[in-house]
Design a binder for this molecule. Structure first.
Ligand code: AMP
Ligand code: MN
Ligand code: MN
Length: 320
């Protein structure tokens, strides 16, 4: 908490909070929580939030409005804070403002974070950026709205407390947030479990074509832009797919590839085993966590899928 008082000092007049490209629940939850906390506790600061538009299910988060999705007009700012951003090049669009800022701060939980800001508050052991923020906030200064944002961040990055990144402290933090009046069941259902008809259709499409490699140890799926168009799906509709692939019995890793532009593919990797998928993603210029990582690779989805399963297979063999 002292650390935040050292960051949001009296000489800071303007601040921008930003997240990563293609923002997920942890990114949007963390950024809106920090926005709420700064507005409430450092009222002399003119703070604004800049995010790419997230999926509809996250639009209930306190502080989100059209302005948040419009790139900031100012040319410089006293303070620029990133939430859940693992590398500088993943800052969504406002990257130029980062370079022009008087001071930069990175609050994050990616162990691979190269500490790209002036001040780096990075806990690679934390399951979510929201957990890192909770430890920086003074408990009595957390409003119900801030608690809602933090809780949403935590459930999205831990798969509602299911993944191996859950620590005892994760559940203690969640308990404190529940005491603040977070409507947990509603948030879990509406922001995490619920899927639109289009999301269900595209999930079904990919799962119906799922392939396995390495004697079933890798579960893989992909989709092209043309196939997405046929399903009426956009990239934000693809969220639940890699988690479903990971649940294939016998699969230790899952690979999901989708085309973002003709000839460019985004890869999502997940691991349920010792295999460090961040290492594999790094081979292709990406990164992430040991159990959830990603990269962008030139090539059609089917071609990229083959490249990735080969690299993943090598990594798995090296671990055996
Ligand atoms: P995703 O599969 O997109 O949900 O990403 C899983 C994790 O990998 C997230 O924590 C991301 O921060 C990270 N990640 C995804 N894509 C990239 C990339 N191109 N470069 C670096 N990290 C990435
Ligand atoms: Mn994230
Ligand atoms: Mn995160």
């Amino acid at each position: 908490m002292k650390r935040l008082n050292d960051i949001f000092t009296k000489d800071i007049q303007t601040a921008v909070i930003a997240g990563h490209v293609n923002p997920d629940g942890d990114c949007v939850g963390s950024a809106t929580a920090l926005l709420g906390y700064v507005r409430r506790n450092y009222p002399w600061i003119d703070v604004s939030l800049y995010l790419e538009r997230p999926k509809e299910a996250l639009m209930f988060l306190p502080g989100l409005c059209e302005e948040v999705f419009t790139e900031p007009a100012m040319r410089s700012v006293d303070l620029f804070v990133t939430c859940d951003v693992s590398t500088k090049d993943r800052i969504a669009a406002a990257g130029a403002l980062f370079d022009a800022a008087g001071k930069t701060v990175s609050i994050d939980h990616h162990a691979s974070n190269p500490l790209f800001a002036d001040v780096n508050i990075v806990d690679g052991e934390a399951g979510s950026c929201a957990e890192v923020l909770f430890t920086l906030f003074e408990e009595e200064k957390i409003s119900r709205d801030i608690a809602i944002s933090l809780y949403t961040g935590i459930i999205h990055d831990t798969g509602v407390f299911q993944y191996s990144n859950v620590r005892p402290s994760t559940l203690r933090i969640a308990a404190t947030l529940l005491e603040k009046g977070v409507p947990a069941a509603k948030i879990i259902d509406e922001s995490f479990n619920e899927r639109t008809l289009v999301q269900n259709r595209v999930l079904g499409y990919v799962l119906a074509r799922e392939k396995t490699f390495m004697e079933g140890r890798i579960a893989a799926g992909c989709i092209s832009l043309e196939e997405m168009r046929q399903c009426g799906a956009e990239k934000k509709d693809l969220d639940p797919i890699v988690a479903s692939l990971r649940l294939t019995a016998g699969a230790e890793c899952a690979v999901f590839v989708y085309e973002t532009e003709p000839g460019t593919s985004k890869v999502s990797l997940r691991s349920s085993s010792e295999t460090d998928v961040a290492k594999v993603a790094a081979l292709f210029g990406g990164g992430g966590h040991t159990k959830a990582a990603g990269c962008t690779v030139q090539g059609k989805p089917e071609e990229v899928l083959v490249l990735l399963t080969e690299a993943l297979g090598k990594e798995m063999n090296a671990d055996d």
